[in-house]
Design a protein around this ligand. Structure first.
Ligand code: PLP
Length: 393
């Protein structure tokens, strides 16, 4: 059939360009040591930065939530699906991470992807201009497209270039949007400079803290707390499936912003609410993140980050200057990156190869994600493997 032939040809083209993606099947819970496709491996692929995804307290909380509220929510938030567990989670999130604004309120979502679509489409309409960092996450790019605003891309992390673009803009509504920690580079956006520009130009600053929440700042309160920023211009998005170890996301902002999202954000309104049990488990995760156990996990993660930076420095490839749990090693070409990932895999180390369109062409990379669940022995195995691979490179 002609329709299928077109797709088959497309798949052949992807394969020829080294762009085919393959899913692996995890046979056990997400953890530093897990069984994947039937083999025991050390995983450096997850975003489970604090090693909480399989934490007994969270597993118990999810089971308790299911006992109390059932398996599913049964509806959208506006039509019957909003449970006591969601309401409590929103209060908990506003108290935990809303210190950057007066009258903070949180709105929970099934995924960060949807939270970003909701935020950008609700804040930026056709009359708006949206300023987006060149390396922003795909969900922000898609949210910008869906908003129908005029979208201007500023060079990565370049507040000066952004200032010139804002000066030249006469839109009545301006929205600046950035990742806090860039997901494929691990570097941190110049948030203080961006906020100064937002205030100067009467713009919103939307910060996607998918990789900072739970990890950065005092008690893991996130990138805005880390940078000690405070302003009604800030709109904060955090995801709850990474360091928080469960699933979902939230937008936190001044209560008026949140009420606007409830009334107007289509990706919030027209979808079934997450299972209440998931919200119940996230509330338990927030307690853990803020506890002394959370502090200990963050301290161990920081030590692992330092050690990994030293290991990557000594390889023949190009590390990115990252102080976060995302530690990329830039290889360049797709095939070379895939070949290295395959050799690491043969050594029982799962380090994913990241290729376009996730990263720019010619910057394919290995992305080492660290977790507080890793040990220094795990890093020693990684180091030994890189030593061997480096000799033959
Ligand atoms: C993972 C991620 C998202 C999406 O969050 P999900 O909850 O996985 O949908 C959004 N933004 C960034 C920067 C991310 O890394």
């Amino acid at each position: 059939m002609l329709l299928l032939d077109t797709l088959t040809q497309g798949l052949v083209d992807l394969e020829a360009r080294g762009l085919t993606r393959r899913r692996r099947i995890a046979d056990t819970a997400c953890a530093a040591h897990m069984t994947v496709d039937g083999r025991d491996i050390v995983g450096f692929a997850s975003n489970d930065y604090l090693g909480l995804a399989a934490h007994p307290a969270l597993v118990a909380a999810q089971a308790e939530g299911a006992q109390r509220y059932g398996a599913g929510s049964g509806g959208s938030h506006l039509l019957g699906g909003h449970s006591r567990a969601h309401a409590k989670l929103e209060d908990d999130l506003a108290a935990f991470a809303g210190g950057f604004v007066d009258a903070p309120r949180a709105l929970s979502f099934c995924t960060g992807y949807m939270a970003n679509l909701a935020t950008l489409t609700a804040l930026a309409g056709r009359d708006a201009t949206l300023f987006s960092d060149a390396l922003n996450h795909a969900s922000l790019i898609d949210g910008a497209r869906l908003s129908r605003a005029d979208v201007q891309i500023y060079p990565h992390g370049d507040a000066e270039a952004l200032a010139a673009m804002l000066d030249a803009c006469d839109s009545p509504v301006k929205v600046i949007v950035t990742d806090s920690v860039f997901s494929m580079d691990g570097d941190i956006a110049p948030l203080a400079a961006l906020l100064a520009l937002a205030e100067q130009h009467g713009a919103w600053l939307v910060v996607d803290d998918a990789h900072g929440f739970g990890v950065l700042g005092p008690q893991g309160r996130g990138a805005l707390a880390h940078a000690a920023l405070r302003s009604p211009h800030l709109v904060y998005v955090c995801t709850l499936g990474k360091a928080a170890g469960v699933a979902g996301a939230a937008v936190i902002a001044h209560e008026t912003v949140i009420e606007w999202l409830v009334q107007r954000a289509r990706p919030y309104i027209f979808t079934t609410a997450a299972a209440p049990a998931v919200a119940h488990a996230v509330s338990a995760s927030l307690t853990l993140i803020a506890s002394s156990e959370g502090d200990a996990r963050r301290a161990h993660l920081a030590a692992l980050i330092e050690r990994t930076r030293a290991i990557l420095e000594r390889t023949p490839w190009q590390p990115v200057d990252s102080m976060t749990a995302v530690q990329p090693l830039i290889i360049g070409e797709n095939e070379a990156t895939l070949a290295l990932a395959a050799k690491l895999d043969a050594a029982g180390l799962w380090v994913p190869a990241i290729r376009p369109p996730t990263v720019p062409v010619g910057t394919s990379r290995l992305r080492i994600s660290l977790s507080a669940g890793h040990s220094f022995d795990d890093l020693a195995r990684l180091e030994a493997a890189f030593d061997r691979l480096g000799e033959t490179a």
